[in-house]
Structure formats: structure tokens, C-alpha cells
Design a protein around this ligand. Sequence first.
Ligand SMILES: Cc1cc2nc3c(=O)[nH]c(=O)nc-3n(C[C@H](O)[C@H](O)[C@H](O)COP(=O)(O)O)c2cc1C
Length: 419
Amino acid sequence: MKEIKLLTRRVGTYEPPDLKGYEAQGGLVALKKALAMGPESVIDEIKRAGLVGRGGAGFPTGPKWAMVAGEKQGQKYLICNAEEGEVGTFKDKVLLDGDPWLVLEGILIGAFAVGAEKTYIYINGEYDQTIELWDRLVVEARKAGLLGDDILGSKLSVDLQVVKSKGLYITGEELALISSLEMRRAASRLKPPYPTEKGLFGRPTVVNNVETLANVPVILAEGVEAYRRLGVEGEPGTRLFSLSGDVKKSGVYELEIGSGTLAEFIEEFGGGTAGGRPIKAVQPGGGTSRFLAGDSLKCKLTARAILQAGSGIGTAGVIVYEEGKSAVDIVKGLIEFYGFESCGRCAPCRIGVVRIKEIIDKVFGGEGTDEDLEQLRQIGKACVAVSTCGMGQAFPLPVLSALELFPQDFEAAIEKVSA
Ligand SMILES: Cc1cc2nc3c(=O)[nH]c(=O)nc-3n(C[C@H](O)[C@H](O)[C@H](O)COP(=O)(O)O)c2cc1C
């Protein structure tokens, strides 16, 4: 397996916010192309490229843009989602810090394509230096005529506001994010209406992940055919994988989609497990993804193969757990985080997350019973089935899959008590 530097090729080669360093390496070529092509052709190119969102839900970008572009009257918005709150996920930061102009170019092209004059970048509240850098970047961009009116001498007007997030996992969920930007409580709501119909201040809004937007200038600059040559059928391009947990070397690696298996990736890039023990389980798509173990680790690094293996590619945050750890400890660690992250709006998630946390603590503390394990299953399944947003639908997945894959660990925790 080899790293392919498509989105990350300029990372570390210039000192942001230096714009010259970016332009010297092909920067802004795509924006100029886009302005000459016109908004509709840009959306067609993104559709033809087959770009899908990298924020976790995997929604196709071109059709999303077309929905917002279809609204011809009044204000529209584009939001770059840089919350990056998912456990085991730190790849957006590489782009935000290492090649912010690429992300800004993606924002500008997106805004041009959908007709949004006002854009936002909503950055994780813990990324202090990143926020500082983006504040300086906006000043530079205004000076260089890349924000404001008549961008690059065209009729395009776009403004960008840098917003420090409230530092909650839930504010990465697009509707909670929008609510927070409106200075309201960061709570989600039922969809539809989707943000593309009724988003920020009730207006059509595109919400896109950082990595998704970084793909846009690359697609336009390199051309759709070249872009589609990378990846596999139905999943073109590359993905930035964050690798962490029990590995020798954690980090962010850009790989061609489908270029190897999950097990090969962990071995070749992570240098194997930290303690040299066999792998017990892996979460391939961030902290809310189901565990994979055994032969499932031989699945290719594609969304489809990971789904077939029983999990989801999500944010491509690969978290490795080696043998020697009990699954009870692992899910306890995860639920300790998610247990405080529900927005509280819908009852299944608000109550379910607390109940699940209580039961896991009880089992971990050696006071669990078979009935508790059954309750874990029931509550987890109910949350997945009836929660309003992806938070409640996803946080129980690791717990449920741990119960399926490692029942012996839970039984051992219970038996410890009875003995
Ligand atoms: C609880 C929760 C947290 C999320 N956090 C993020 C996040 O930090 N960054 C992100 O881009 N998307 C996040 N998402 C997904 C967004 O709701 C949305 O689908 C995404 O920003 C759309 O961008 P994309 O189409 O480019 O992937 C989250 C979703 C849920 C349910």
C-alpha cells in the first residue's frame, strides 16, 4: 500500500497563510476554471466525479449542491463543517492547518456553484491555533481579492465568517450546527426538511465537510477523468484515514480508496499493534462505528466492503484495540465520551445514553446481571431505531456489536461478581 498525496500534496510545503506558496503550486487554477465554466457546469463536473461527502453520512455532493442551486430567490448559505468531534478522527485538521487555501478554494467554488454569498467555517472549539490561522487567512484573502466583492475580477461576491464551535460533539451534526450558528441551543431536529431546503435562518444551505470541499478544487484542476482513475467503481478518489488506538504509529494517511485491506493498512502504516499482541477489534469509521474482528479485517478499504463486513466507513477514523483488553473496558471508555454529548432534544437519546452508561458502569464495577445485558441490548436497539438524529442512532452501535462479538467479556464481568 502506498500513500497517494492528492489532497495533501501541499501540506508542509508552504507556510500558511502565505498565498504565494499556494499559487506557485497550482493553487487557484480550479477557481479560475470554475468562474469561466459557470455554476451549472461546475455542479455537473462534481456530479460526474462521483464525489460523496467525507463527514460521515456519505451523501453525494453534486446532487446536494444542485438542490440549493435550484432555489433562485433570496439568500443562500454554505457552511464548511470543521467541527471534527468524532472519536478517533483528526484528518480535517491536517487540511485546515496544512493547506487551508485548498479548503478555502473549495468553499469559494461551492459558494459560486450554489449561489451563496455568505459562507461560514465552523471550527472545533479545541483547535485554537487553527482558528487563529483561519482568522489571519480571511484577512489575507480579503487583501488578495479572494473574499468580498468582484472576486478575481469576476462578478462573484462571497464572504466567509470563521466561527469557533461550542466544543460539543453534537455541534458537528448539521442541524445542531445550524441551530448553534443561529445562537440557539445546539439541538438537532427531525428531517425533512433538510438543510438544503430549510437550513440556516430558514434558507437553503449546503453543509459540507472540510475534506469534501478540499476534493472540489482537485477535481476541477485535474479533470474528472483523472480523478475517477483513482479509487474503485462507485467510490472514486482518495480518503484521509486517521489511525489511532493500540498501534505503534498513529497518524493521518491519504490512500487511494480500495488500495488495500484494513489489516494491511494497520500493519503497514501503524507498524502493527503497540504491544505486539494480535488485534482484538477495530472500529473503521470512528468511535460510533461497529467493531470488526477476525476475518472481517481482511475487507478492502472501501465504504461498500466495510459495510459488507458489518461496520461503516463513517469518518474513516480507524481505531485499533489489541488483545488483552476486555470489550467492557473498551465500550466503557467510548460511552464515557458519548454519555455527555446528547443534545437532549429527543427522549430516546437523552435517556438512553444515560441508562446505557449506568448499566455499563454497573457491569464494569462487577455488579452486572444477565438482565442488565439484556437491557443494554433493548435500550441500544430502541435508541438506534427511534432517535431523531445520527447521534442517538449511532452511539449504541459499538455497544451492541461488542455484545455480539465478545459476549464472553461481558459474561466474565458478570461472573466475576457472582463468584
Ligand atoms: C452526532 C453527529 C456528529 C457529526 N459530526 C460531524 C463533524 O464533526 N464533521 C462533519 O463534517 N460532519 C459531521 N456529521 C455529519 C453532518 O451532519 C453532515 O452530514 C456533514 O457535515 C455533511 O457534509 P458532507 O456531505 O460533506 O459529508 C455529524 C453527524 C452526527 C449525527
